[in-house]
Write a new protein. Structure first.
Length: 916
């Protein structure tokens, strides 16, 4: 980039570097948009010594030839080779423009500096622009600076938001988009450039010297494409930039695929040295397919869409030059499949960056070649783990697995991708890093063993209720056994079958509800207040989880417990939760240290005066919670929102007697807090809408999915769950064994049976919640639970409960049968159907009584908080599926077991809860 310093005798040598003590106001940084000294962008400086004298080869005398020995006229800067389309002012030597701008505003006056006859200034002219082809004349109203002039530089150039100079007066790679943009308006013929003679290192066609009006296009009025092909820059590397307009994420739909195909075709014609596939979204690569694209289509339509995506990515993979995916954020589903079609994958070490094929979680499978390319890249065992579970990998985990080739700082992502595009070559996918992984991928006996084991494990986990993992497994096996074309055909065919199935429709509907709920939960509420500081009272298991989640969400947390020992134990739990998350790749170690550092604690309410939100998580007892709120109201500000973490106690009862009951709301967390995604916001009568909205905003900050319900005993989730568990207790009294009840529910798709769930929650907590709901409903309470607690059986970790626990072994507690005094009887009905219909019936009753605001929130609460089988879509979507038979089934159960099972009016009306 710089010139070589001339030695005596005409020899050349390496230019001397600047002295370290010389002032450097702007040292190099990672940020490519940092302002730097203008002269450094043109050529390196060669200094003779610290007195600012120039080397002989760098000295220029006005109008005279050099007097150094061995110098010739051609050692001077050569005559300018002007671009034929360049308009210049004539009659003036390029050297005479010593202190004038090379690219000038047409109205800007030339410099008035008087020539002293000394050497040229060591600095370049201040008017140089490298960001674009010309500095067009602007209206007077636009001529002010966008940023105030910097004070650290004499000429105030720090108002420039990016480097002013680089090689050939081009914009740097990070700003290539600005270089390629059209001028603000078409240039007029009278606007010309003044430039120096072409120097060594300048090439014809450089951005700083091409400024013909014919070569600067006016702004386009056509619709902006979702994918743009950027021609090769000076390095020879082209780019494909994905930027779905009018959307904060890049989701693949028909238009994006068409634009991507056109960009790939343009790249093939341009034949650059390399190609970088990047996203214009600042923190997001490609989030996968647009789920709306799958609605209402037939099996043939879905199969055709899969084949279309496969063809586009096959074209990308077949390009004859090196292709690099620059992953700056989440690359999920189709986003990762685009990256897999590239030769190299570079990933930014960003907090939100993830890669994964999550289609099986939606009842689908990767449909753009993911089932074929991923096993060939990282090996069959690792690929099956990612595909069948839908697991997402953070940058470091992705690097360890071999999904990406390098992890870099986000600021140098494009630079690293460009370097790989120039340096790397197309290569065959290795099929795994270790010898065992490659053997499981390419050797038939080892591959067959790995596939059999994966199938058995999948059946054990899904119980055959989710067809997508098995279909994906078949597509992977077909591709590795019969070749990639056969595998792609099997993939497309399976995608068409799955996309039109009931399971996929339900799972996609849940996913859409979850995505929209962050905003939908605020509907009908007030304006949320800003939250920066959170107080937590009670550092037990729930309180510690709440504090850790708040700190992970970027909030400062002050916690309080009864004594120093309890505080120390709670802080230790927070540290352990964060360390475990960092070990799993959820956070990196630096983020984990920051999270732990945001939490402090004590045995009093010191620091709570600064809290914007306080969450009490003390024992589930009404008097205790009232005393805590009374203490808090004496300390916190008048605008602080106070939330109670309770599973069943009505918030109105807790707030009774408070000074400002309108600011007290409910925030029902689910255990364990760091794993459960749901947060139930309870709105009591008379609550301030702004306070409820603030609780919803806090849920979003904590990374939870909020649902807003009205106040009442058990709210929504605890009420429907307690009703189902109470029916399980009735079954025990009828002589049905514990194992039969729990086995029937897990076979149906519930994660655990109701009796095992009571043991895990704790019999005291479950009994208290059950009594609250039963008292409100006017039905019998859980007497068997109270009897077990009285004998010392309080749960899985406290002496056992309905089961005895020895390590991982679980056996029925014989004392339960003795207390029930019920003779075992035969099972004459579908136990899972009875319990699930009881759950659905109670959910519709909550909607009738306006505890729930909508069926969608009811489905989210049941699936995300209670483990309702996701493949059914939730209780309300399941009721729609059984619309013709559910009333008859409940009437039959009511006739056999009691009127409590009679269907609600909402079900009797047979009106669908969702549009069909």
């Amino acid at each position: 980039m710089g010139r070589r310093a001339s030695l005596r005798g005409g020899r050349t040598g390496v230019p001397r570097r600047a002295r370290r003590h010389r002032r450097q106001p702007h040292p190099p940084r990672l940020d490519p948009g940092e302002a730097r000294h203008a002269a450094a962008g043109l050529r390196s400086r060669a200094w003779d010594d610290h007195r600012r004298q120039r080397e002989s080869a760098d000295r220029r005398r006005r109008g005279r030839r050099p007097r150094e020995r061995g110098a010739r006229a051609d050692s001077w800067e050569g005559a300018a080779r002007l671009d034929p389309e360049l308009r210049v002012r004539g009659g003036r030597s390029g050297r005479s423009a010593a202190h004038r701008a090379r690219v000038r505003d047409p109205d800007r006056a030339p410099s008035r500096r008087v020539d002293s006859g000394r050497h040229r200034s060591l600095r370049d002219a201040r008017g140089v622009r490298r960001a674009g082809p010309v500095d067009p004349r602007r209206p007077r109203a636009e001529r002010g600076r966008a940023y105030p002039a910097g004070k650290a530089e004499r000429h105030g150039r720090l108002h420039r938001p990016r480097p002013s100079l680089r090689r050939d007066r081009r914009t740097g790679r990070a700003h290539a988009g600005e270089r390629d943009e059209a001028a603000r308006r078409t240039l007029r013929s009278r606007e010309r450039l003044r430039r120096r003679r072409q120097r060594r290192g300048d090439r014809a066609g450089a951005c700083g010297v091409i400024a013909s009006a014919d070569r600067v296009a006016p702004p386009s009025t056509a619709a902006r494409p979702s994918v743009t092909f950027v021609p090769p820059d000076e390095s020879g590397v082209a780019r494909i930039v994905i930027d779905r307009p009018d959307d904060r994420v890049n989701a693949l739909d028909v238009r994006v695929l068409e634009d991507l195909a056109a960009a790939i075709a343009a790249a093939r014609v341009a034949s650059p040295r390399g190609l970088v596939v990047a996203s214009a979204k600042p923190t997001q690569f490609v989030a996968g397919a647009d789920l709306d694209m799958l609605r209402g289509g037939s099996q043939a339509d879905a199969e055709g869409a899969s084949r279309a995506m496969q063809r586009v990515l096959d074209d990308l993979a077949a390009l004859p030059f090196t292709t690099v995916a620059a992953i700056n954020g989440p690359a999920i589903g189709g986003g990762l499949e685009i990256a897999l079609a590239c030769d190299v994958r570079i990933m930014a070490d960003a907090p939100n960056a993830r890669v994964g094929l999550t289609e099986t979680r939606l009842g689908l499978l990767p449909a753009a070649g993911g089932t074929q390319r991923l096993p060939r890249l990282i090996g069959l065992p690792r690929a099956l783990d990612m595909i069948l579970t839908g697991r997402q990998l953070a940058p470091r985990r992705a690097l360890q697995a071999g999904v990406v080739d390098e992890v870099v700082h986000p600021a140098v992502l494009l630079r690293a991708a460009t370097d790989h595009a120039l340096r790397d070559r197309k290569r065959r996918a290795p099929g795994g890093r270790s010898l065992a992984e490659r053997a499981a991928t390419w050797l038939a006996p080892a591959r067959a063993f790995a596939l059999r084991r994966a199938r058995a494990q999948t059946l054990a986990e899904t119980r055959g209720l989710y067809p997508a993992p098995l279909k994906a497994l078949d597509a992977v096996a077909t591709g590795l056994t019969k070749g990639m074309p056969s595998g792609l055909e099997a993939e497309a065919r399976a995608f068409g079958e799955l996309a039109t199935g009931e399971t996929a429709r339900n799972l996609i509907a849940l996913a859409m509800l979850t995505l929209r709920q962050r905003k939908a939960a605020l509907a009908g509420l007030g304006a949320p207040r800003a939250i920066a500081n959170v107080g937590v009272v009670g550092l037990g298991f729930m309180g510690s989880g709440i504090a850790q989640a708040a700190a992970a969400g970027g909030l400062r947390v002050r916690a309080r417990d009864r004594d120093a020992a309890a505080v120390a134990k709670g802080l230790s739990t927070i540290r352990q939760l964060t360390t475990d998350a960092a070990r799993k790749g959820v956070f990196d170690r630096r983020d984990a240290a920051r999270i732990v550092g945001r939490v402090s604690g004590g045995d009093d309410l010191t620091g709570f005066a600064n809290a914007d939100l306080v969450i009490e998580a003390v024992f589930e007892e009404l008097g205790t919670k009232r005393r805590v709120i009374e203490e808090l109201e004496r300390v916190v500000r008048t605008d602080t929102v106070i939330a109670s973490n309770t599973s069943a106690l009505p918030i109105g009862e807790i707030a009774r007697g408070a000074r400002a009951p309108e600011r007290i709301v409910g925030m029902h967390f689910f255990s364990p807090v760091h794993k459960m995604p749901l947060l139930e916001i309870v709105r009591p009568a008379g609550a301030d809408p702004d306070a409820v909205a603030t609780a919803v905003a806090a849920a979003n900050a904590l990374g939870k999915t909020p649902i807003v319900v009205n106040d009442g005993p058990g709210f929504y989730t605890t009420r429907v769950l307690s009703t189902m568990i109470g029916e399980a207790f009735v079954m025990l009294g009828e002589g049905v064994s514990m194992e039969a009840i729990d086995r029937a529910m897990t076979t149906f798709g519930w994660p655990v049976g109701p009796l095992q769930l009571v043991d895990e929650v704790g019999l005291e907590v479950a009994g208290h919640a059950g009594e609250t709901v039963a008292r409100a409903r006017g039905i019998a309470g859980p007497s068997i639970v109270n009897a077990l607690v009285a004998e010392g059986f309080k749960g899985k970790h406290r002496g056992g409960g309905f089961y005895r626990y020895e390590g991982k072994r679980r056996t029925p507690n014989p004392r339960v049968a003795e207390l029930l005094k019920a003779a075992p009887g035969p099972v004459t009905e579908d136990l899972a159907e009875r319990l699930t219909l009881v759950f659905v019936n109670e959910a519709t009753r909550c909607l009738e009584e306006e505890i729930l605001r909508s069926p969608g929130e009811g489905d989210l609460g049941a699936v995300l908080g209670l483990g309702f089988p996701p493949y059914l879509g939730g209780p309300f979507r399941y009721a729609d599926a059984l619309r013709q038979t559910i009333v008859t089934s409940l009437e039959r159960l009511a006739a056999a077991h009691g009127e409590r099972l009679a269907p609600t009016e909402a079900l009797r009306s047979r009106r669908p809860f969702f549009g069909l």
